[in-house]
Every structure is written in structure tokens, then in C-alpha cells.
Design a protein around this ligand. Structure first.
Ligand code: TPP
Ligand code: SF4
Length: 540
């Protein structure tokens, strides 16, 4: 049965929210004490919204250095009894995975919701991993909203559910949920929790083997409770319909896409899943009622694979694994319609004048001047390789620059340059941005310093996190002292201003440091012109 408030939603005032904003507003309304996050599309707007709406209040909302520090700080706030939200893009959960897997062991005290914003189709990511697998791996309860109102309700009620169960909740959204708008009814503002500490803190938060073994047993025991909550959840619903030749299981936003194809009601029974672990009884109901099953889910064939385990080989299951839907990429209402055998006309044909426009560095960007100078310098070295990182400067792969040779994950530029140098490569050069350097480049630099590796590390410092929209960068104003603190010789920390007029000086510095047999750091520093323009507009 739907909660009473849901029935009255249509009569109430609605606010038009992005999925990200609905999550943020719900957290504020639920008595949030702090959001901890590192920017990453499509999750960034959650924290930005909280920063905007709660500026000057006691709610913590400053960006963290990376996703792991964010999650650990959120856990600390929860330990002190307060409600915390922790947000990241999907690959961020890889960085925070050590903490995430172990929070499942310790549990929480104040309510903790962890948002993973996944990016199927890789609109702005290097992979399309589906973090429901992480939730399942950690054996934690998960929510996956089918619309913005559900996203709001899941967060608003989720803090309390998290406190009652003693475990965090993973809220998994995808790009379209994060970045599309719909009407949301908000609920009354709650007061933040007072500070308090877990009565059994030392039994839970010290994961020494003897205690951790107990905690793992407790986590296994808690699965029954998570399952009953999921079976009884208002977010998991069975819709009966006459044609039982096919039963359709949807997860998250796929329910929305299915509904678009059936404006007058479903022909086939539908099981909508938006809370995990999988509601086994509801699944048994649909598989025992229908001849065949179609699974519609955004991301990996997560439910589809599990279903094969539940049903054995007896039942025909369609989805991403048998090719009825594409194995990769986002779902769309059209793809869902086609999977159901409907004739789908494209809603909007692409006008002929529209051409593919590859992204490029902005005119006047400091990264451009760096690449121009670096290209000229490395021309003299036959073997030179440039290991890059993730940020605007990754566009240095495109013409006219074609400078970089790699881009794997945040921080990998420095460590890959190190490994290649260890293998005998010279010159081995890393290009990394200031925000990425403080996110996860610093530890790699320490490895280089400890072994006096022959690498040249270029920290292209535009004093912001430009690629995700110009958020503050954790090391602004302190990069030289950070590098010196890690142990780079001060005379090999070279700062320059990437401007055309300094071209010859830039080339000279780069060549000197490439030729130096040891660790050198070059910092081309000039503020991102887009971030400056945006900040100036806000000031006006
Ligand atoms: C683990 C992880 N977290 C977040 C992101 C999203 N992201 C990509 S690059 C980047 C930072 C870019 O800042 P910086 O290195 O300073 O380079 P800039 O874009 O400013 O040139 C972020 C946050 C990501 N790709 N991976
Ligand atoms: S947003 Fe800033 S850093 Fe990125 S390309 Fe444009 S000017 Fe350069």
C-alpha cells in the first residue's frame, strides 16, 4: 500500500527538481548535518545544491579531497550520531571501496546515505560500471528510484531506516535520473540529530579480526531484515495484467520507460523493483504466473543474472544477456518499446544540419599553451611518452595537440609514468591537473620520491576542478609546499605561467626538468578562464 502522503501528492504543490536536487532537498529536509563528496558527473549537482541552499548554516558541505576521504568523514559524522550524505559518481566508489566494504561491517550510528550516480553510455566517464554490484558485494540495502519523487522519498525516509537497521543505504541513480526534472512534493523539515555515540562503539567500529568476525555474522543475520524490508517496500510493486505470456521486471528508471510505452495501462504483469535485496516472494510470484520474463534494467544485467540463479534453466528470460536489449549503453523508452515488439517511430529525427562536434579545449585555456610547448620539447626525444590523467587536459589527445598517450583513472598518470620509467622509458612524463593531483596523485608522487624515479610530473594548475564545472580544488595555493613536503627537491619544483609570451621560457624549463635525472615537478599555473568568468558573473 502507498503511504498516505503519496496519495495526496497530486493535490499538493510540487517543485520542479532535477533528480540530484530532489536528493539534496530531501537530505536537507530530513535533518542533514553534512554532505561529503568529490565532484563527478552526474552526481555533482547534489552537493552544489546543498552548498547553495544551506550557505552560512551549520550543515557541512565543503568538497572533500576524494571519494574515500568523503566517505570516511561521512562515517565519522554518523559515528557522532548525525545524519550524513556521501555522494560520488560511479567510479568514485572504486576509490571509496575500502571504506564502503568496511562500513558494511561496522554499520553506522546516525543515518548515512551513500549516493552512487552511475553513467551508462559513458556520457562523461571512462566506464559504465553498475554499482548495484558493489551494494550486493557489500551486502547492503539499496534503493534505485524510478522517478524524482521516489528519489526524494527514499532519502527523506532513508535516514530513519538507516538508523533503525544500523547500516548505511546505497542509493543508486543513473544519468537520466540525476539530470532530468519532474515535480516533487516536499515534506516538513526535521531538526538535525543531537550529537550521540554508539553504545557498542568499540565492538562495532574496531575491525580487529576477533571483532570483525562477529560483525560479519551480524551482517549475514541482518540480511533477513533487509529482505523483509524489501518484500514490504512501497517501492517494490506488482502490477497484474491479463496477458501472462510475458512478465516484465523493471528496476529503477526502467519502470518509467516502460510506463511511457503503455500510457493506458500494462498488457503484461509487471514487477517494479526499486529496493534491494531482491524481493524474492514478488519475483516468485511473477515467474510462477508468466510463461516468459523480460528484464528491463539500466546498467549491467544484474537482476537478469540473479534471476537465472533463482529460476534455474526452466524459464525463458529475455534482457541484455540474450540480445533482446543491447548489452551496453543506456536504456531508452524506444529501446524498451522495441524489446516488446512495438513499432517505434523516432520521436525526434536528427536535423541534417546537425554535425558531430568533438569536444576541445577552450580558446585561451592554459592547458593549450602547455601542450604547445611540451610538443615542441618532446619532439627531440624519440621515445617520449606522456601519461595523462582525467580532467580538461585529457583533451590534449585530440588534434592539433595529440600529446598524450594514456588516461586510465584519477592519479594513474604519475604512477604509470613511474612504472614505465622503472621499465627503462626516458623521458617518462606525467600530466595531471591540480584537483586530480590532490585527489590521488600525491601518494604516487611519494612512491617516485622514495625511489628517486626519473620522471617529470607536470601539474597543470588552473586553480579549479574545471572539468566538472569549476568546483574548488583542494590544493589551491599550496601545490609547491605539498610537493616539497612529500620530498621533491625545491630546485626541481618549477612554476611557470602558460602564456604565448612565455613560450620560450616554458620550453626551457620543461627541457631542463626532463633532462634532470630524478623526480621533478613543473607547475604551469594560470586560472581557468571559464571558472573566472563564472565567478565574476556571480559577483555581479
Ligand atoms: C574517481 C573519479 N572521481 C571523479 C571523477 C570526475 N572527474 C573527472 S576529472 C576531475 C577533476 C578535474 O580537475 P583537474 O584535475 O584539476 O583538471 P581540470 O579539469 O581542472 O583541467 C573529476 C572530478 C572521475 N573521473 N573519477
Ligand atoms: S573549462 Fe577551463 S580548463 Fe577546461 S578547457 Fe576551458 S578554460 Fe581550459
Amino acid at each position: 500500500m502507498l503511504p498516505l502522503s503519496v496519495k495526496f501528492y497530486k493535490f499538493m504543490d510540487k517543485k520542479l527538481f532535477l533528480g540530484d536536487e530532489a536528493i539534496a532537498q530531501a537530505a536537507i529536509d530530513a535533518g542533514l548535518s553534512g554532505v561529503y563528496a568529490y565532484p563527478g558527473t552526474p552526481s555533482t549537482e547534489i552537493t552544489e545544491y546543498i552548498q547553495q541552499k544551506t550557505s552560512g548554516s551549520a550543515i557541512h558541505s565543503r568538497w572533500s579531497a576524494n571519494e574515500k576521504t568523503a566517505m570516511e568523514a561521512a562515517l565519522g559524522m554518523s559515528y557522532a550520531g548525525k545524519r550524513a550524505l556521501c555522494c560520488m559518481k560511479h567510479v568514485g566508489l572504486n576509490v571509496a571501496a575500502d571504506c564502503f566494504m568496511n562500513i558494511a561491517m561496522s554499520g553506522i550510528h546516525g543515518g548515512l546515505i551513500i549516493v552512487s550516480a552511475d553513467d551508462p553510455s559513458m556520457h562523461s566517464s571512462q566506464n559504465e560500471q553498475d554499482n548495484r554490484l558493489y551494494g550486493d558485494f557489500a551486502m547492503l540495502p539499496m534503493f534505485e528510484p524510478s522517478n524524482q519523487q521516489e528519489a526524494y522519498d527514499m532519502v527523506y525516509d532513508g535516514f530513519e531506516q538507516s538508523e533503525q537497521s544500523g547500516y548505511p543505504i546505497l542509493l543508486r541513480i543513473t544519468t537520466r535520473m540525476a539530470h532530468s526534472r519532474s515535480g516533487v512534493v516536499t515534506r516538513p523539515q526535521k531538526q538535525p540529530n543531537e550529537m550521540s555515540f554508539p553504545a557498542d562503539g568499540r565492538q562495532r567500529f574496531i575491525l580487529l579480526p576477533a571483532l570483525a568476525r562477529q560483525r560479519f555474522k551480524a551482517l549475514i543475520e541482518a540480511q533477513k531484515e533487509f529482505l523483509s524490508a524489501s518484500e514490504a517496500s512501497v517501492y517494490n510493486r506488482y502490477f497484474d495484467a491479463p496477458d501472462k505470456k510475458l512478465g516484465i521486471i523493471t528496476t529503477g528508471i526502467a519502470f518509467n520507460y516502460l510506463s511511457e510505452n503503455y500510457p493506458n495501462g500494462f498488457d503484461h504483469p509487471v514487477l517494479k523493483i526499486c529496493q534491494y535485496p531482491l524481493p524474492i516472494k514478488l519475483i516468485e510470484k511473477i515467474i510462477s504466473t508468466c510463461d516468459e520474463i523480460l528484464v528491463l534494467e539500466e546498467g549491467y544485467p544484474f537482476v537478469e543474472s540473479k534471476l537465472k540463479g533463482i529460476t534455474g534453466n526452466g524459464l525463458t528470460i529475455h534482457g541484455r544477456l540474450d540480445g533482446v536489449l543491447k548489452r551496453d549503453g543506456e536504456l531508452t523508452p524506444e529501446a524498451v518499446g522495441r524489446a516488446l515488439g512495438m513499432k517505434i517511430e523516432p520521436y525526434y529525427a536528427k536535423p541534417e544540419v546537425v554535425e558531430q562536434r568533438p569536444p576541445s579545449l577552450c580558446q585561451g585555456c592554459g592547458h593549450r599553451d602547455l601542450f604547445d610547448a611540451l610538443n615542441e620539447v618532446i619532439r627531440d626525444y624519440q621515445q617520449a611518452k606522456i601519461f595523462s590523467d582525467i580532467g580538461c587536459y585529457t583533451l590534449g589527445v585530440l588534434p592539433p595537440f595529440r600529446t598524450i598517450d594514456s588516461c586510465i583513472d584519477m592519479g594513474a598518470s604519475i604512477t604509470m609514468a613511474k612504472g614505465a620509467s622503472d621499465a627503462g622509458l626516458f623521458p617518462s612524463v606525467a600530466v595531471i591537473g591540480d584537483s586530480t593531483f590532490t585527489h590521488s596523485g600525491m601518494t604516487g608522487l611519494l612512491d617516485c620520491v622514495n625511489e628517486n624515479t626519473n620522471v617529470t610530473i607536470i601539474i597543470s594548475d588552473n586553480e579549479t576542478t574545471a572539468m566538472t564545472g569549476g568546483q574548488d580544488s583542494a590544493g589551491t595555493g599550496r601545490l609547491e609546499s605539498i610537493c616539497a613536503g612529500i620530498g621533491v627537491a625545491p630546485e626541481h619544483i618549477r612554476v611557470m605561467t602558460p602564456l604565448k609570451k612565455n613560450f620560450e621560457e616554458m620550453k626551457r624549463i620543461l627541457k631542463e626538468e626532463i633532462d634532470y635525472q630524478g623526480v621533478s615537478v613543473v607547475i604551469p599555473r594560470r586560472a581557468c578562464i571559464q571558472t573566472i568568468t563564472r565567478k565574476n558573473k556571480v559577483k555581479q
